[in-house]
Design a protein around this ligand. Structure first.
Ligand code: AHM
Ligand code: MG
Length: 365
């Protein structure tokens, strides 16, 4: 059975457009994201279908954002919007577009009572008659890696879904400030050479490739697992002098020659977290964004980027750490909280933790 999957998977990824290919050779029934999500609803006893509808709302908004991303080079939608987000970075027009698209899809859907986004200063409570009784809140980085838009490099969307803690009415801050372990679902969309949606509801990780000819996400990567070891490390080495001593030593370690561990490793850094993470998920590898002098708490946001990817990484058999602690166990204190991130193949993340611990005193901590 496993063997059969491997063959199918290779065919699907090589062919790119799963349904076209399947119908051409008449061999297999392709499963769409919609069918899959409904099928998986029975994993949750007493499920009412709200999470299923919520994932479907996200996938529809993702298709609309995908359409705009693909048009980005053609229409006058490029360039900074002129405003800055909470973290002081220039916003791109497509960031704003994606943010609004996901927000309106979720507001209209009725399953969500509140929305928090990397692009919004505060969370938004949906107070409409249907939405305010929604069971869930969504946190999102609507367009991650957006500085790559102008140069036609892969970008992504990252989302995280929690059950609300408040009992009724609009969402409250405490609904959003939950530990990553409490996530009901998380996922990402990668707008790359093809567009994919990958998600988990805590029962494994599955990936769907968009077939543009029929406008459906089709199951192309069932039951994704991250190889325990990899030979790829992804980090912005331009910041080297500002890294903690343990990270500097780890980078040196990756560059040393050692046949047994297949070193030196390969360095790959796209500068789009979703794209770097996705590659490492499939091939094995580790992504590092440590604290630096410029960003003493790291650059990445716990709630919008690190928690959802950490949930996915763990569900795929990988690990995510801030260097000393599991990402999912960090108690959030504020919406835009940042954290260092080490994520990917388990044995590689463990090795980095070892280096950080060993050289802690040299980092002046
Ligand atoms: P963004 O959410 O503002 O796009 O920032 C997050 C991005 C990640 O996608 C990427 O891995 C990282 O920032 C790159 O940062 P740097 O340019 O400092 O290497
Ligand atoms: Mg981001």
């Amino acid at each position: 059975m496993r063997q059969k999957y491997v063959v199918t998977h290779k065919i699907l990824t090589t062919a790119g457009f799963c349904v076209n290919f399947a119908s051409t050779i008449g061999l297999m029934k392709v499963k769409t994201l919609g069918e899959f999500v409904i099928e998986r609803q029975s994993d949750f006893p007493f499920a009412t279908g709200e999470l299923t509808r919520l994932l479907s709302d996200i996938s529809i908004a993702a298709k609309i954002v995908n359409r705009e991303v693909n048009k980005a080079g053609l229409v006058d939608i490029l360039g900074a919007q002129g405003s800055e987000n909470m973290s002081g970075e220039a916003q791109q027009k497509l960031d704003v577009y994606a943010n609004n698209q996901f927000m309106s899809a979720l507001m209209a859907g009725g399953e969500v009572c509140g929305f928090a986004s990397e692009e919004e200063d505060n969370f938004i409570s949906f107070n409409g008659a249907i939405s305010k009784s929604g069971k869930y809140v969504v946190l999102i980085d609507p367009l991650d890696g957006s500085s790559n838009i102008d140069v036609n490099v892969s970008i992504g969307t990252i989302f995280s879904i929690y059950r609300r803690l408040s009992l009724s009415g609009g969402a409250t801050l405490e609904d959003f400030l939950q530990k990553g372990t409490e996530q009901a679902a998380a996922g990402y969309i990668i707008y790359g050479s093809s567009t994919m949606m990958v998600y988990t509801t805590g029962n494994g990780v599955n990936g769907f490739t968009l077939d543009p000819s029929i406008g459906e996400f089709c199951l192309s990567h069932p039951d994704i697992t991250i190889p325990n070891k990899g030979i790829i490390y992804s980090i912005n080495e331009g910041n080297y002098v500002h890294f903690p001593e343990g990270v500097k030593r780890y980078i040196k370690y990756t560059q040393e020659e050692d046949l047994k561990t297949q070193r030196p490793y390969t360095s790959r850094y796209i500068g789009s977290l979703v794209a770097d993470f996705h590659r490492n998920m499939l091939k094995g590898g580790v992504y590092l964004y440590p604290e630096t002098a410029k960003s003493p708490k790291g650059k990445l946001r716990l709630l919008y980027e690190c928690n959802p990817l950490a949930f996915i990484a763990e569900q795929a058999g990988g690990m995510a750490s801030n260097g000393t602690k599991r990402i999912l166990d960090i108690e959030p204190k504020e919406l835009h909280q940042k954290t260092p991130l080490y994520i990917g193949s388990s044995s590689m993340v463990e090795k980095i933790e070892e280096f950080l611990e060993r050289h802690l005193e040299l980092s002046g901590k």
